[in-house]
Design a protein around this ligand. Structure first.
Ligand code: SF4
Ligand code: SF4
Length: 383
């Protein structure tokens, strides 16, 4: 199960694409945090796993709350006999220092850092609220995170305004020592034909960089490529790989409103995505109505060759790209096809070269081989 606590709406950055909207500084009252944990633990059993996400705004602006409620979750997890409790925090890293990172590491909280690539693109999309550059502060925070946790993920948002530098940005981020990278599209932006063509060109270059790093003996994870290779090897994404939108996953806003995904909280003023209130619990008829439509693929998807490894059931990506959690928008559809094409090309090349890093990663270490032992699966991947 996954619970996300939106600890605060405050943030020290002013990213123009921010889906959290205005930064009005509302913090989660302690009573709401405690209720959220209670509600979640009431639904868990001994031996279960729980992931708690700490989200904002910028969660480090509510550092005291994060610490207090992660310790409380650890206490409840022990009482309940959970198998695993993992904390996860997405941060802009500008306030991350060694003492905080030590605490997070020691208490099992995994950190993901948002960095939008090279200075030029990062400055265009992730300035401080006063308009000044946050580039140096983010890089400093990233290094603090990488020193303690070398597998710290970097989230790089790709926007039509910055897409022409995507490959350069990916290279730059990997050159910082990052091994796990997500190039996340801003689906809410206006992706016209030209920007999609640039996206395709740039992702081909990212694919080349992926191959180059594997040939140099580096094992890097680039989400849009890795997930499509894994999806192919597994014969399609499994239920557990797909978005659980409000069922196994709930986000709670500082007001106590419950959402199916933290990305839909926004300014917490649109009842469309509210699926309950933490004092009363989930509005099941409303949630079921959203999900009934979401898991029914439209006829175009039914006939699509990559439907089993497409993100077409990701409720929030659909919502941002089309306005409807059940409908993948045009930008999502076309970029998913690009991801599959580039991933198949890269996989085919590295497979036929017998690249040892590639074979170890995708066949011998991840357990994918056990689910799809047919090594020849990738042989025709790009045919
Ligand atoms: S750092 Fe995150 S929360 Fe803050 S403005 Fe940027 S996207 Fe929004
Ligand atoms: S690529 Fe497009 S048509 Fe194919 S499954 Fe995904 S959303 Fe549907």
């Amino acid at each position: 199960m996954e619970l996300t606590l939106v600890l605060t709406h405050a943030c020290n950055l002013g990213c123009p694409y921010c889906y959290m909207g205005k930064k009005f500084g509302r913090r989660m009252p302690e009573e709401i945090a405690e209720r959220s944990l209670r509600w979640t633990f009431d639904r868990l059993h001994a031996g279960d796993d729980l992931q708690i996400g700490y989200f904002g705004g910028e969660p480090l602006m509510a550092w005291d709350l994060l610490q207090k409620y992660h310790l409380r979750a650890m206490e409840l997890a022990k009482e309940k006999g959970l198998r695993k409790l993992v904390g996860a925090m997405t941060t802009n890293a500008t306030l991350l220092d060694e003492a905080k990172m030590d605490w997070l590491e020691a208490h099992g909280v995994v950190v993901a850092v948002s960095l939008d690539g090279i200075r030029k693109t990062h400055d265009a999309t992730r300035p401080f609220v006063n308009g000044k550059s946050s580039f140096e502060a983010t890089l400093r925070g990233l290094q603090v995170a990488l020193k303690r946790a070398p597998l710290t993920e970097v989230l790089c948002v790709i926007d039509p305004a910055t897409v022409e530098h995507m490959a350069e940005s990916a290279r730059f981020i990997l050159d910082q020592g990052v091994r796990v990278l997500s190039l996340s599209l801003n689906y809410a932006a206006d992706w016209d034909e030209h920007s999609i063509a640039v996206y395709e060109r740039e992702l081909e270059k990212v694919g080349d960089e992926f191959e180059r790093r594997f040939r140099a003996g580096e094992d890097v994870y680039i989400a849009s490529i890795d997930s499509k290779i894994r999806g192919r090897l597994k014969g399609g994404l499994k239920e557990c790989d797909r978005c659980s939108f409000g069922v196994g996953e709930v986000a709670v806003a500082p007001s106590g409103n419950m959402y199916p995904c933290e990305r839909l909280v926004g300014e917490d003023n649109d009842p469309k995505w509210v699926i309950g209130q933490i004092a009363q619990g989930v509005d099941q008829p409303k949630l079921s109505a959203i999900n009934r439509r979401r898991v029914t693929l439209d006829p175009t998807c039914q006939a699509c060759a990559i439907k089993d490894r497409c993100m077409n059931t990701c409720g929030c990506s659909n919502a941002f790209s089309s306005g409807d959690a059940a409908v993948p928008g045009a930008a999502l559809c076309v970029t998913e096809q690009i991801h599959a094409r580039v991933a198949d090309r890269v996989a085919k090349n590295l497979f036929w070269e017998g690249n040892p890093v590639f074979l170890r990663k995708f066949y011998y270490e991840t357990g994918v081989a056990a689910e799809a032992p047919n090594l020849a699966l990738l042989a025709g991947a790009a045919d």
